[in-house]
Design a binder for this molecule. Structure first.
Ligand SMILES: C[S@@+](CC[C@H](N)C(=O)[O-])C[C@H]1O[C@@H](n2cnc3c(N)ncnc32)[C@H](O)[C@@H]1O
Length: 216
């Protein structure tokens, strides 16, 4: 039997999954606003119609806000079913099946890379490989944005622990002990900024791929 029975139940019963994620998204204004957050951080920093990658795009919920802003968006996910769903909902989305930690994509082709609500599904070594791979896919000066859980100690501390232990994988428990901002700096990003949202239970992180310094 699954160690996360509610997670198994939620994935088999979409109404329950949407109910739980909907409640979790209330502090930022609901699920649609939640999926806009990465795009809102990236959009003002990117040239019009730039190429942007949505890593672990799932059904494309966070790709939509990028497409709506006129970017050329590629969505990568390991799940064929999720990509088929994404392509049906967003006909302009270019879909690629593959692993986010070993993306089958040419280097330095994106002005922006985002990952929405998926980093907590990776164990630390794969997470660091993913952050490094995203850096390789970015053009010099390109921007990265990530939205995910943030360890909470205040009012939401106990409910967050309860939620993660009932619904999430061990990777989420591990993610809550990590420091995403420090990991981004360690793998080579610059301009790392961490914003805390939803009463401290979410983090929205942005970072930039450094441009090579001009020859002396
Ligand atoms: C919680 S969903 C998030 C989907 C979407 N980003 C959103 O905001 O709604 C996590 C997604 O990560 C994908 N995923 C998990 N591990 C992956 C991996 N190693 N490589 C690529 N995709 C992966 C899953 O298939 C799933 O679609």
């Amino acid at each position: 039997m699954s160690r996360r029975p509610l997670r198994t139940f939620a994935y088999g019963h979409p109404w329950f999954y949407h109910l739980v994620t909907g409640i979790g998204a209330l502090p930022v204004g609901g699920p649609q606003r939640l999926r806009q957050l990465c795009a809102q951080r990236l959009a003002p920093r990117l040239p019009a119609q730039a190429a942007v990658l949505d890593l672990c795009c799932g059904g494309g919920a966070a790709s939509g806000p990028l497409l709506a802003r006129g970017f050329q968006v590629t969505g990568l996910d390991c799940s064929r079913q999720a990509l088929e769903r994404a392509a049906r909902t967003h006909p302009k989305l270019v879909t690629v099946q593959g692993l986010a930690e070993q993306p089958p994509l040419a280097p330095e082709q994106f002005a922006g890379v985002q990952i929405s609500l998926a980093l907590h599904e990776f164990h630390r070594p794969a997470r660091l490989a993913l952050l490094k791979a995203a850096l390789g896919l970015l053009q010099p000066g390109g921007w990265f944005a990530a939205l995910d859980l943030q360890p909470t100690r205040g009012l939401l501390g106990w409910p967050q622990q309860w939620f993660v232990h009932l619904f999430e994988t061990d990777t989420a428990v591990d993610f809550l002990t990590s420091n995403l901002g420090a990991d981004l700096t360690m793998v080579g990003y610059g301009s790392v900024a961490v914003e805390t949202l939803a009463l401290g239970s979410l983090q929205l992180v942005s970072a930039r791929k450094p441009s090579p310094s001009p020859a002396p």
